[in-house]
Each structure stands twice: as structure tokens, then as C-alpha cells.
Design a protein around this ligand. Sequence first.
Ligand SMILES: *[C@@H]1O[C@H](CO)[C@@H](O)[C@H](O)[C@H]1NC(C)=O
Ligand SMILES: *[C@@H]1O[C@H](CO)[C@@H](O)[C@H](O)[C@H]1NC(C)=O
Length: 179
Amino acid sequence: MRFLPLLSMLALPAAVLAADYRTVLADITAISDQLENLSTSVDAVTSGIPGLPYALQVQVDATTLDKRIQAGAQNANASPAFGGGSLQVGLALIGLQPKITDSLEQISEKNTTFGELGIIVLASLTQLKTDTTAFSDEIVPKLGALEAAIAPAVVQAIENAFDGAIAAYESNGEFTHIC
Ligand SMILES: *[C@@H]1O[C@H](CO)[C@@H](O)[C@H](O)[C@H]1NC(C)=O
Ligand SMILES: *[C@@H]1O[C@H](CO)[C@@H](O)[C@H](O)[C@H]1NC(C)=O
């Protein structure tokens, strides 16, 4: 545990320097794994005080996920064009999309369960959408022509799922008076 700050200081510049399509593939895997953690936590959320620890865990998982997505964007930016790795990255993105949309649907369905904390979920979703868009904006120009042609539909499906989830929390009457 106490090695973590040192490790993260060392790991970041190294990852950025050595970034290539393999780094980006590893980032997509980490994002996918963290989405599973988030889904598990969202599943556990119940309404009211007893659900509070689970709702806070969702917040922790969403923050971790966001950091993974930001690291992915940084690595994709630092990577040369994916070249021969382009198909692998394209397929990884295609595989990631339903995981993102499923998680977001699951979060949408819980819009009333989060109660007053819905406003925090809304802020997280907005941040995640911004960073996911930045991530895909870094990836798409590094793809080969075939994968770059397929990518916009994948990215659009992700953006639509975010918009749906954001709308579910924006429409939640419990806290709209705060907005
Ligand atoms: C998912 O949660 C487990 C248990 O807390 C943790 O060890 C793991 O690192 C998490 N996954 C990611 C990708 O952060
Ligand atoms: C918001 O929550 C309600 C109650 O659980 C649910 O019926 C509704 O479908 C949810 N909205 C969305 C967009 O998922």
C-alpha cells in the first residue's frame, strides 16, 4: 500500500514514453476490468441510509475508472499510429462498447435508488463522458483506414449511452431543485 504513490510516480512517465498500441490495448483491458468493478458496486446499491456505503463505493469505482480512461487517452496520444496493431485496438474498442453501454444502462435503472446522491452520480457521468470522448478522439486518428471507418459508429453508441444515463439523472425530481 505505501509503495503506491512512488509506483504511480514512476509508472506514469515510463508508460507515456514507451506508449504504443500494446499500451493502449492494456489500457482498454484495465478500463474493461474496472467497468466490472463499477457494475458490481452499482448492483449492490440500495436506497436510503443502508445503501450509503455502496453508493460511495460506486463513486470510488467511477473515479478509478475515470483515471484509467485519462491514462488511456494520454497513452494513445503518446503512441505512434497503431499500424499493424490497429485491428487489435479496433476489436478491443468494439468489445468494450457493450460493456460500457450495459454499465450505463444499469446505472440509469438505479436513478431513483441513489436518491440525493444522484447529483454526484450525474457529475461523475458528465466527467466520464468528457474523458471517454477525449480517449476516443486520441485513438481514432491512430487507427488504420478500415478501423477508423468503423470507429465512429462504436463511439456514437457509447456517447448515446452516456446521454441516456445523464438524462436519467437530470430528470430525477429528487434533486433537480439543486441544479
Ligand atoms: C477491481 O477491484 C479489485 C478489488 O477491489 C481491485 O483489486 C482491482 O484492482 C480493481 N480493478 C481495477 C482495474 O482497478
Ligand atoms: C429511472 O428509474 C425508474 C425507477 O427505477 C425507472 O423506472 C426508469 O426506467 C429509470 N430511467 C431510466 C432512463 O432508466
